[in-house]
Structures are given as structure tokens and as C-alpha cells.
Design a protein around this ligand. Structure first.
Ligand code: HEC
Ligand code: HEC
Length: 251
């Protein structure tokens, strides 16, 4: 009898422990309270006390700290229009956000893992996130890179309108764009080798496939075949004249 109930408690705990579940359970109150304390100390200066992106630090940044209450996120492993996963948010908090437009949000890797998960709970509470999106599957990378095809796809999908022919972020539309906050925004430079969330081929694929919601960067899911999108990924990576330069920067 006793054995059975211990087993039951054990499985219930296991089921609760994984953050991978598609549907969220409410955060444990003590975890949320810890997160709120940390949020006030570490995040409110930029994101505002109520998460509306209007903290006193906001005016010093070229991109507005996210209004977390809108529930719209740029950096997701999930399709456009869906919530990110809890893991996506955890990585944003851990790594911060830099990219070609410069440092926008610092990394909080110095906080303990539990503290960072507590902050995820705060973000998802602000965003009314009662579920998480389903991550896309990136197909396996072909062995050879077809750069010629990649450039053709880049032309056909009109990436250059915003990112420029050589990817410097200087296409004609880059001069006039605004984000959903009606703040001025420029197309990312794809030639600096700096990306908002990583520069592995899979991360680059994920970024343009899912889009950066809330910015003018559309999602290109289904806009070309897998082979074409892989060629496009390789082409983007080849634009990094910076590929060698950025290695030197790191010393
Ligand atoms: C120095 C200011 C600053 C601080 C401090 C800061 N952020 Fe941010 N954060 C930003 C900016 C700016 C953006 C938007 C960047 C962009 O649009 O690329 C952002 C974006 C985000 C996003 C949205 C990411 C996405 O995919 O759209 C989340 C979530 C977030 N911050 C959470 C936090 C949390 C939690 C903390 C505290 C641990 C924090 N931020 C601290 C400036 C800050
Ligand atoms: C309408 C203008 C527009 C078009 C067309 C466009 N982009 Fe973008 N792209 C942007 C903007 C603006 C950003 C930066 C968004 C931000 O910082 O929030 C961006 C960001 C990106 C990023 C992420 C950079 C980073 O820091 O991680 C990649 C990769 C990218 N674009 C690739 C492409 C590719 C490939 C195409 C064509 C298939 C394309 N873009 C078409 C406007 C555009």
C-alpha cells in the first residue's frame, strides 16, 4: 500500500518537473515570488515595473525593451504567431540579446539556474502565456553548400530589399522601417557575423523560418523548398566576410 502511494507521488513529481510539456501548469507560488523579487532588481529598470517596456533605462537603447504584456516575442524556436517555449525564454535570459544592432539586453548567466527559471515564470505571467508553442523541426543539413542557388533564393525572396545585396543591412526598405512599437528599426546586417541568438546554421535557419515577430522581419516557413532554404542558410553564412574578422575580435 505504502509502496504504491510513494510510486504515485514519484510519477506525479516527474510529470510536473519537465518544462517541455506543451501546456503549462501554474508556477509554484514560491518560485514566482522569487522571480518577482529578481525581476524588480534586475529587469524593471528596462522592462518597467509592470513589464510594459517603459523602465527608466529604455530611452538609452536603440530598440525598446520588450513590452512583455503583449506576448509577442522575436526569438522563438516556434512558428510565427505562436508563443515561444519556456526554454526559448530561459535562453534569452541566460544569453541576453546582442546581434548586429549592438547589445540590447545583458546576459543573466551569472544568476543560478533556478533563479533564471523563476524569471521565466515572471515573463510568462506578464504575457498571459498559458501554453507554449511547438518547436519547428529543422531538416538535416545537406553535405554540400549550394551558394549559387542560395543567392538565387535570396534574390527571389527579395531579402535584399531590406538586407541589401551583400547583406549589410542597407537595402532601400531599411531606410524607412518601423517595428510594432512604431520605433525606427533597421534590417539586421548579415555580414557582421553577429546574430541575436547564435550563428549555427540551424539557428540561422530557425530565425528566418520563424521570423522575428513584432519586427518587419517576416517568417519564411514554406516560402521555398527545404533544399532552397538550406542553400539560403549557407549563403547567409557566406556573407560573413566577418567570419574571420569576428574570430579575431574574440582573440
Ligand atoms: C539594459 C536593459 C535591459 C535589461 C536590464 C533587461 N532587458 Fe530584456 N530586453 C531588453 C531589450 C532592449 C529587449 C528587446 C531586444 C530586441 O528587440 O531585440 C529585451 C527583450 C527581452 C525579451 C523578449 C525576447 C524576445 O524574444 O522578443 C524578454 C523575454 C526579456 N527581455 C526578459 C528580460 C528579463 C527577464 C530581464 C531581467 C532578468 C531583462 N529582460 C533585463 C533590454 C533589457
Ligand atoms: C521587410 C524587410 C525584410 C525582409 C524582406 C527580410 N528581412 Fe530579415 N530582417 C529584417 C529586420 C528589420 C530584421 C531585424 C529584426 C530585429 O532586430 O528585431 C531582420 C532580421 C533577420 C535575421 C536575424 C538576424 C539576427 O540578428 O539574428 C535574419 C537571419 C534575416 N533577417 C534573414 C532574412 C532573409 C534570409 C530574408 C529573405 C528570405 C529576409 N531576412 C528578408 C527585415 C527584413
Amino acid at each position: 500500500m505504502r509502496f504504491a502511494s510513494i510510486l504515485l507521488v514519484g510519477t506525479a513529481f516527474l510529470a510536473f518537473a519537465g518544462p517541455a510539456a506543451a501546456e503549462y501548469t501554474s508556477p509554484k507560488p514560491d518560485l514566482l515570488a522569487r522571480g518577482q523579487e529578481l525581476y524588480a532588481r534586475e529587469c524593471a529598470v528596462c522592462h518597467g515595473v509592470k513589464g510594459e517596456g517603459d523602465g527608466p533605462g529604455a530611452i538609452y537603447l536603440s530598440q525598446r525593451p520588450r513590452n512583455l504584456t503583449l506576448g509577442v516575442f522575436k526569438i522563438r524556436s516556434t512558428p510565427t504567431g505562436e508563443f515561444p517555449t519556456a526554454k526559448d525564454l530561459f535562453e534569452t535570459i541566460t544569453l541576453g540579446i546582442a546581434g548586429s544592432t549592438g547589445a540590447q539586453m545583458p546576459s543573466f548567466a551569472a544568476l543560478s539556474e533556478t533563479d533564471r527559471w523563476a524569471l521565466v515564470e515572471v515573463v510568462r505571467t506578464f504575457a498571459w502565456m498559458d501554453e507554449e508553442g511547438t518547436p519547428i523541426k529543422v531538416p538535416p543539413r545537406p553535405k554540400t553548400a549550394n551558394l549559387e542557388l542560395g543567392r538565387k533564393v535570396y534574390e527571389r525572396l527579395q531579402c535584399a530589399n531590406c538586407h541589401g545585396v551583400e547583406g549589410h543591412g542597407d537595402g532601400p526598405s531599411s531606410l524607412t522601417m518601423k517595428d510594432d512599437d512604431r520605433r525606427r528599426i533597421f534590417a539586421a546586417s548579415l555580414s557582421t557575423g553577429r546574430f541575436k541568438r547564435g550563428d549555427t546554421p540551424e539557428q540561422i535557419w530557425t530565425r528566418f523560418y520563424t521570423g522575428l515577430d513584432g519586427s518587419p522581419m517576416p517568417a519564411y516557413a514554406g516560402k521555398a523548398t527545404d533544399d532552397e532554404l538550406w542553400a539560403l542558410t549557407e549563403f547567409i553564412l557566406s556573407l560573413r566576410a566577418g567570419a574571420t574578422a569576428s574570430k579575431m575580435e574574440k582573440k
